[in-house]
Structures are given as structure tokens and as C-alpha cells.
Design a protein around this ligand. Structure first.
Ligand code: PLP
Length: 439
């Protein structure tokens, strides 16, 4: 790995110690060893400063160690750290009320608090089966939903998530995601890629393989995250919603990466004008304290006492951090994500005209993907080039993360300013030029 050269003495020592005792399964890229962070900046243990366009995989929504979030956690820690989900506490109730207010459906929402994205997904799978009495699910190629047994069965972004782990959960059928840049299905005249996916589901899957009456839920990221920050065409979701309603299938939006203000709306699905039945969230919801939720329509939440639970659900530290996070997002970062995100997308679109290796730039709000190609005409993915750019950006002081086959994601904290975007994009462009010139 190129960026290994950049390791400072303290970072080098820690990476060596880590290698001996930390599971080798983590998909680490370059060796950033964190010391501390503030706002959109982070420092490593050797004193190097970086601008953070990754936000801990789209998690540090309010920036690093926002003083209001830190204070909320500190105040709560002094009162009590844990009591278990067998009991009640006010912040948990207030947080659930808040999530009910911002849930992307008119109907009242009921919240199940979790500790991670994957647990939110497992909860959604169980509730969907319980409520509908059906066993089957439909998910999308390129999707990412987590790594525990149920959620990893839904995940279809890379085969290594499944390799060595079969048999997976029973009852999941994958279909192509409507990726306008890389459509898998042939489109009929007048159709877009979204129409082709809906037609495939009806004419190929339901007509030949899977009775829709046995399908409990269709699980989809409104914008694919790990799969490459892929935005579906505008008309796709209304058609998917109509199909779900027609067959009594629950529409389950995985908002773990795309939600909590990242796209300039509370939930990415709101950009497409439809109401899901269940959403799952985690990541940005508590500024980095492990927390998540499954938020379902009240009419869907029909499970009975004792049918599902957990020890840490509604953890007091996480609830305090989450409440403060939601207030900060409401208080300005939501608007900021929309404005600065649009600015960033425009700057990247201009950058695309200067670099033929950029095949496409796409995204909504501060969820933006830059996909690199070997050749714009063939769209052949330039995975190696992307990896070198990520390493070079790191060496020049910018944290980024790859996703999909050859995409770099821009997912900074939602508090980032336009001038910080300019600073980051200047570093990124230097990294792109240097990687292109290297061959
Ligand atoms: C869309 C989506 N769903 C689910 C997950 C799983 O979340 P976690 O890693 O917290 O289990 C992720 C994580 O990247 C995600 O991006």
C-alpha cells in the first residue's frame, strides 16, 4: 500500500501493535491513527492535521467532538450510564418522540432503539416477517445492509461479504439496482433504468420465481452507499411504492448511511416523494456514539410484548448524544448539508471537465460520489487509480473513503463550510492529477 510510506513513528508503532491483537477482518485502507478531532479536522498521533471528508463512514454528522454533544454525554454520564431496556428514562422517550415527528410518513411512528445499523436491519427483518406473516424479501445488487447473518444476506455489494459464511438466511432474492450510469437491464423504448427494474421484478421475478404474496418486504437504500453512492432516477420510487402497496409488501428504506440530514432532508427517501413503511437508521444519528433505530409505522408495529428486545437499547449516553445531534441538525446543519452539498457537487462537476478519469459525479446533499473510469466511452472502472487517489489524498492531508468499484465518496460532517469544501477539493484535485500522471 502506497500510503504506508507516510506512517509517522508513533503511528507505525501503533499499527504494529494493532496487527497482533485486533481482528484482521477489518477492511482497513490507509493507516490513519487518530489522536483527536475538532469540527471537520482530525489529527494523527504524530501531529499531522487532516481535513475529514469521510466522517468515520458518514457518522460524525455534527463534526468531531461538538461541544454540545460532548456536554450532553458528560452530563448524562454523571447521572447514570446504563439501566437496561427493561426500564424507562426520559431522554429515550423524548428521542423517540423526536423521531416520530421527523419520520418520513404521515402516520405515527414507533421506534425500536438499537446499537448499530446491522441491528436496525435485523429488527426490520423480524418485524416485517412478524407483521406480514410472510417469509420472503427482495433486496438489490450493490446494496449494503450490514454484516450479521440476516443483514449480510441482504448485502450484495461485494462477494467477500458472503465468502466462507454460507448458508446465509433463507428467503432473499436480489434484483438489479436502477443505476443510470451502469444499467444492468435492457430498457424498452421510452423506459428509464428504473422502469426496467420494475418491469423485471414483475415480468421476470414475480411471473417466474417468487410469488409476491409471499414477500414480506422490499429492502432498499434510497441512495446506495457502499455500492458506490448511486442515485436512482426520480420516477423509480413512486413506481416501487405503488407495486409494494398493490401486493401488500412493506417498503423498507435502509437510511443507515443516507439518513439523518445527510442529503439535506432528514431522510433520503424524502427526495423521491414517497413514504416507506419502515426505515432503519444508525451512523449519523448520535454523532459517533454507537446507536441506531428501526422506525416503523404504528400500524405495522404489531408485535407483542417480549417478541423482540435488547440489553443496550435506549442506552442513556447514546440517547443524550442523539437528542443533541438531532437538535443541531434541525438548528442549521440540515440546511447546510443542502446548500454546501449543492456547492460541492457543482465544483466537482467543474472538476470533471478537467479530468477524463472522472466518469461521473453524482449525489444529493453531502452524499456525493466521484466514479473513476479508464475510458469515458467504455466506462471501464478504474479501481487502481481510485485507490491511488485515496492514498495520495491522505498523504496530502485529506481523509476520503472509496466505495463501489471505483468511486470516492464525499461524506464530510454536515457542518462543513464552503471554504472547507474548497480546501478539500483542492487537495483532492492535486491527488487526482498526481495519480493520473503516475500512469
Ligand atoms: C446502508 C447501510 N446499512 C447498514 C449498515 C450497517 O451498519 P453497521 O456497520 O453500523 O452495522 C451500513 C454500514 O455501512 C450501511 O451503510
Amino acid at each position: 500500500m502506497e500510503a504506508q510510506k507516510f506512517l509517522g513513528p508513533k503511528a507505525k508503532e501503533l499499527v504494529e501493535r494493532d496487527r497482533k491483537v485486533v481482528s484482521p477482518s477489518y477492511p482497513r485502507g490507509y493507516p490513519f491513527v487518530m489522536d483527536h478531532g475538532k469540527g471537520v479536522y482530525v489529527w494523527d498521533v504524530d501531529g499531522n492535521k487532516f481535513l475529514d471528508f469521510a466522517a468515520g463512514i458518514a457518522v460524525n454528522s455534527t463534526g468531531h467532538s461538538h461541544p454540545a454533544v460532548v456536554k450532553a454525554i458528560q452530563d448524562q454520564a454523571e447521572k447514570f450510564i446504563h439501566i437496561s431496556s427493561d426500564f424507562y428514562h426520559e431522554n429515550w422517550i423524548e428521542l423517540s418522540e423526536y423521531l416520530n415527528r421527523i419520520a418520513p410518513f404521515e402516520e405515527d411512528a414507533v421506534v425500536f432503539a438499537t446499537n448499530s445499523g446491522t441491528e436496525s436491519m435485523e429488527t426490520a427483518l423480524k418485524l416485517a416477517r412478524y407483521h406480514t406473516g410472510r417469509s420472503q424479501f427482495i433486496a438489490f445488487l450493490g446494496g449494503f445492509h450490514g454484516r450479521t447473518h440476516g443483514s449480510v444476506t441482504l448485502t450484495a455489494s461485494k462477494p467477500h461479504y458472503h465468502r466462507g459464511f454460507y448458508p446465509l438466511m433463507n428467503g432473499v432474492t436480489h434484483i438489479p439496482f436502477p443505476d443510470p450510469y451502469r444499467p444492468v437491464l435492457q430498457m424498452n423504448p421510452g423506459e428509464d433504468v428504473g422502469d426496467a427494474v420494475i418491469r423485471y421484478l414483475e415480468e421476470s421475478i414475480f411471473a417466474h420465481l417468487l410469488p409476491p404474496q409471499d414477500v414480506a418486504g422490499i429492502i432498499i437504500e434510497p441512495i446506495q452507499g457502499e455500492g458506490g453512492y448511486v442515485v436512482p432516477p426520480a420516477g423509480f420510487f413512486p413506481k416501487l411504492r405503488e407495486l409494494c402497496t398493490r401486493y401488500g409488501i412493506l417498503l423498507i428504506a435502509d437510511e443507515v448511511q443516507s439518513g439523518v440530514g445527510r442529503t439535506g432532508k432528514w431522510w433520503a427517501i424524502e427526495n423521491f416523494g414517497v413514504e416507506p413503511d419502515i426505515i432503519t437508521t444508525a451512523k449519523g444519528i448520535a454523532s459517533g456514539v454507537p446507536f441506531g433505530a428501526m422506525i416503523a409505522r404504528k400500524s405495522v408495529t404489531t408485535w407483542k410484548k417480549g417478541s423482540h428486545g435488547n440489553t443496550y437499547g435506549g442506552n442513556p449516553l447514546a440517547c443524550a448524544a442523539s437528542l443533541e445531534t438531532l437538535k443541531l441538525i434541525d438548528g442549521g446543519y440540515l440546511q447546510n448539508a443542502a446548500e454546501v452539498g449543492a456547492y460541492c457537487l457543482e465544483k466537482l462537476t467543474q472538476m470533471q471537465t478537467r479530468h477524463t478519469s472522472i466518469g461521473i459525479v453524482r449525489g444529493i446533499g453531502l452524499m456525493i460520489g466521484i466514479e473513476f473510469v479508464k475510458d469515458r466511452a467504455t466506462r471501464e472502472p478504474a479501481e487502481k487509480l481510485r485507490d491511488v487517489i485515496v492514498d495520495r489524498a491522505f498523504e496530502k492531508g485529506l481523509l476520503t473513503l472509496g466505495c463501489g468499484g471505483s468511486t470516492i465518496r464525499v461524506s464530510p460532517p454536515l457542518c462543513i463550510t464552503k471554504s472547507e469544501i474548497d480546501e478539500g477539493l483542492a487537495i483532492l484535485e492535486e491527488a487526482i492529477s498526481s495519480a493520473e500522471n503516475a500512469g
